[in-house]
Design a protein around this ligand. Structure first.
Ligand SMILES: *[C@@H]1O[C@H](CO)[C@@H](O)[C@H](O)[C@H]1NC(C)=O
Ligand SMILES: *[C@@H]1O[C@H](CO)[C@@H](O)[C@H](O)[C@H]1NC(C)=O
Ligand SMILES: *[C@@H]1O[C@H](CO)[C@@H](O)[C@H](O)[C@H]1NC(C)=O
Ligand SMILES: *[C@@H]1O[C@H](CO)[C@@H](O)[C@H](O)[C@H]1NC(C)=O
Length: 436
């Protein structure tokens, strides 16, 4: 039963609600009660977006939600004070949206409360991006909402393994040429391609995100970085079909910490040595992560003889492996058939540490380091390793292979002697289409 006191409160709330309703009804008005905090709020539904799970077009044939989202962004972006775009609860189906800057407002916020659902009609993506954020300083993508790429409908179109002219499917969230950006809290499921793609950026933090796709979905990397510096990926759970995190060319000062991965292909540097004009990878620090039933744990990968590059100053430490197939792996014969001897990779790998890595593997091959005959790996430190094989069959004896590599064994490394016969490590390999 409501007391008189709460009745009063109800009246106030009602009054405010009606006031808001009328002000909104007066046509696409933007500011709401959140003004009390000094932040102008731009709700996509005030611009006509419909969270009814349907795709709709206006009288000109323009997709209603795409247009509304972009209008809300533009209004927020061109606000002089603090501004925020809100995607309220609901199911919003839409194609490509570009949130471009530069903006007048400082640190624009995009808060996703509901679910955004990618249209499966690929003609609605003029470029391989779904939510594309470009040339903005200090953008924050936040909320408890979900990005649903509906990838299962289009994964079959990804035939890059066989077709060099394959179409690249859209990544769910792309950060392009941003500085001081944050992605936090959101969930992404079934991305058509990468869940999150950070490229051409400076100072980006991805934290507390949950990225999910089936173990056999193609190229659904959790977070892929390229040509970016100061990128941190922290405190997240990533279960996907491809790399949990992939640190691509031109990535400098990348930190991955507190991330739980699996299933998927592990935390990777690369693949490198494929595209013309690649930039070096330097200063990568992977720390305090757990890998569960992933194909790889800590990995560096490069293609055989294609283009030159370098990868250096990489630390993988304090990692827990749980039923991982290849827990410690450098593969410079990436994309090659097992036991094949391709032309040597032109990527030079140096100064890498694998230390304090514990847990279990489902193969005996605890260390798998296959470097380039032409550019042997230098300064590869392996130490404080305690990995127990749980082989599916046969004896649980540790094996280790180090080929064309200067490997320094330190601390505890029971059974790791680097005496295994080099063969290209097996894995369910993904073909990656050319990016950038
Ligand atoms: C990086 O970006 C964050 C978020 O905008 C900001 O708080 C931090 O100060 C930036 N760091 C540097 C070194 O500019
Ligand atoms: C990388 O980080 C180091 C220190 O951690 C700093 O000296 C260097 O300037 C940074 N480089 C880039 C490109 O961010
Ligand atoms: C390590 O990562 C876990 C999440 O997997 C987190 O809860 C914990 O606080 C982290 N520890 C440190 C020392 O950062
Ligand atoms: C080794 O890593 C574990 C987590 O896997 C951590 O708890 C421990 O403190 C680390 N030991 C050292 C010496 O860094």
């Amino acid at each position: 039963m409501a007391t008189p006191r709460t009745n009063e409160l109800t009246k106030v709330v009602l009054f405010l609600g009606l006031a808001l309703f009328f002000s909104e009804a007066q046509g696409r008005t933007h500011r709401s009660l959140a003004q009390t905090t000094g932040t102008a709020v731009f709700d996509v539904t005030s611009y006509g977006a419909k969270g009814d799970g349907k795709e709709a077009v206006d009288e000109d044939g323009e997709p209603i939600n795409d247009v509304a989202f972009i209008q809300a962004w533009n209004a927020a972006c061109h606000t002089a004070g603090p501004a925020k775009v809100v995607i309220p609860p609901g199911k919003f189906v839409l194609g490509q949206v570009i949130f471009a800057g530069p903006c007048q407002c400082p640190n624009p916020i995009v808060e996703v409360q509901g679910t955004v659902i990618a249209t499966t009609d690929l003609s609605q993506y003029p470029s391989p991006d779904w939510f594309l954020f470009e040339r903005v300083d200090g953008v924050v993508l936040t909320g408890t909402g979900t990005f649903d790429g509906q990838g299962h409908v289009n994964w079959g179109q990804n035939d890059c393994e066989k077709n060099p002219d394959c179409v690249t499917l859209p990544s769910s969230i792309k950060f392009h040429r941003l500085s001081n950006a944050v992605i936090e809290g959101i969930k992404s499921v079934n991305s058509m391609f990468f869940h999150i793609f950070v490229t051409g950026c400076h100072n980006v933090t991805v934290r507390n995100v949950n990225l999910v796709a089936p173990f056999d979905s193609p190229n659904t990397d959790g977070v892929h970085t390229s040509i970016s510096d100061m990128v941190t990926i922290a405190d997240s759970v990533i279960a996907t079909g491809d790399d949990c995190v992939s640190v691509g060319h031109g990535s400098v000062n990348v930190t991955v910490t507190g991330v739980t991965c699996g299933p998927g292909h592990g935390i990777s540097v690369g693949s490198l040595g494929k595209q013309v004009g690649e930039k070096p990878v330097q200063f990568v620090h992977v720390k305090n992560c757990t890998l569960v039933r992933s194909d790889n744990g800590a990995r560096i990968k490069s293609w055989p003889a294609r283009t030159a590059n370098t990868a250096s100053d990489i630390i993988f430490e304090e990692l827990i492996m749980d039923h991982v197939k290849n827990p410690i792996i450098i593969n410079q014969r990436y994309g090659c058939k097992k036991n094949s001897v391709p032309k040597p990779s032109l990527v030079k790998i140096s100064n890498v540490q694998f230390k304090n890595i514990t847990g279990t593997t489902i193969t005996n091959a605890v260390v798998n380091i296959i470097c380039s005959e032409k550019f042997p790996c230098e300064g590869i430190h392996v130490g404080d390793i305690d990995l127990q094989p749980i082989p599916l069959k046969g004896l649980a004896q540790v094996t280790s292979t180090c080929s064309n590599a200067n490997v320094i064994l330190e601390g505890k490394h029971d059974g790791i002697t680097c005496s295994g016969a080099p063969a290209t490590p097996t894995s369910t390999e993904e073909a990656e289409s050319d990016l950038e």
